[in-house]
Design a protein around this ligand. Structure first.
Ligand code: PEP
Ligand code: MN
Length: 367
């Protein structure tokens, strides 16, 4: 289907012309003190261009913190007054939109759980008719590019032309190293289909843990994304939502400082050139290989536990012989060099033995 969106250039509506555009703040606004102190610390780093906080939180299970609701908007407004930074929050209903417009929120975003539902997106779009406010649309939780584009179209049809997309990864049944699998090719495809659309990456929700944020952020910049949304909190471990993936404002500053911003000489030139495309494919494959390797080691751990509990030795020569033979003939059929395959298998097997040895010698969790 043809994509006919009328989008104003990012530079015409973002409050800062720097690249990348950094949005940061807590997952949820919890108290006025938490919100304002976090915001001040973020502003003091000089690394962020906008503040975020969830006011209405879509939680997977009931009984978890569902946000401060409307009173929390006033805290966000105070944070803006104190720091001079524009503010952004998630809206999912017409009532949310009205409350945000009344409070003077600068930028709105539609969350991943809302983008999946055309009824909800339409409700938000209808509430925004005739309003000139920037709106960012997170990808739907499921990897459906049409649904993502559909949400952008609904908003665009309602007259919203200051539009951006937020890539926050996709939910998956298989548990890998990421909370939400990035599936970079989907974000690239979106950019290819709607070239003028600013794209912001949310490494916090992709990684689900603070260690991977820098890596994801760098990758997003290398894919020529326009900005990053990173969750930060004055005391991350004590956060009322998404504690594992939040960082302190000081850690945020470190992450941002360590990013390498590569410039493109002409608009999206390297992004599209052949070498760029091939490298992206290589990057994607490397991610897959590493994820699979991590999965393999987890299984080795389980095997180690099972062998330990049944008093079986770690090394079983027959099994190793079988692995070598079957894998090498398979790899040969795939056009891989035998020596390379043998070296690779040796390395993997060695690590697998190490993992199992650790388990074998671990006393505390024996039954
Ligand atoms: C959030 O930004 O805190 C949030 C709820 O994100 P998502 O919609 O991506 O799950
Ligand atoms: Mn969050």
């Amino acid at each position: 289907m043809k994509n006919t969106l009328t989008i104003q250039p990012f530079e015409s509506w973002v409050p800062s012309h720097t690249r990348p555009f950094i949005i940061s703040g807590p997952c949820s606004a919890e108290t006025e003190e938490q919100m304002v102190t976090t915001a001040k610390q973020i502003a003091a780093t000089g690394k962020a261009h906008a503040l975020r906080a969830g006011i209405w939180k879509p939680r997977t299970r009931p009984g978890q913190y569902e946000g401060a609701g409307e009173p929390g908007l006033a805290w966000l407004v105070t944070a803006k007054k104190e720091t001079g930074l524009p503010i952004t929050t998630e809206v999912a209903t017409a009532a949310h939109v009205e409350a945000c417009l009344k409070a003077g929120v600068d930028i709105l975003w539609v969350g991943a759980r809302t983008t999946v539902n055309p009824f909800s997106v339409q409700e938000v779009a209808d509430a925004l008719k005739g309003v000139d406010i920037p709106v960012m649309v997170k990808n739907p939780v499921n990897p459906d590019l049409e649904l993502w584009i559909g949400a952008l179209e609904r908003l665009n049809k309602a007259g919203i032309s200051k539009l951006a997309a937020i890539h926050r990864g996709f939910s998956s049944f298989e548990k890998g190293p990421f909370r939400n699998v990035p599936m970079w090719d989907l974000a690239i495809e979106l950019k290819t289909r709607i070239p003028g659309l600013p794209l912001i990456c949310d490494p916090s929700h992709i990684s689900g843990n603070r260690e991977l944020i820098g890596l994801i952020a760098q990758k997003a910049l290398d894919l020529d994304m326009n900005g990053l949304m990173i969750e930060s909190h004055l005391n991350p471990d004590a956060a009322w939502s998404d504690a594992k993936q939040q960082v302190t404002p000081a850690a945020l500053a470190k992450i941002i400082s360590s990013l390498v911003v590569r410039t493109v000489s002409s608009e999206s030139k390297t992004f599209k050139d052949t070498l760029g495309v091939l490298r992206e494919q290589i990057d994607q494959l490397d991610d897959d290989i590493l994820s699979k390797m991590a999965e393999r080691m987890k299984i080795s751990e389980k095997i180690g536990q099972y062998k330990r509990d049944n008093n079986v030795t770690i090394l079983q020569v027959n099994r190793w012989d079988e692995i070598i033979h079957t894998r090498i003939s398979m790899a040969k059929a795939m056009g891989l060099d035998e020596g390379f395959t043998r070296d690779l298998l040796r390395l993997v097997h060695h690590e697998s033995i190490q993992v199992q040895t650790k388990i074998m010698n671990k006393v505390e969790d024996r039954v």
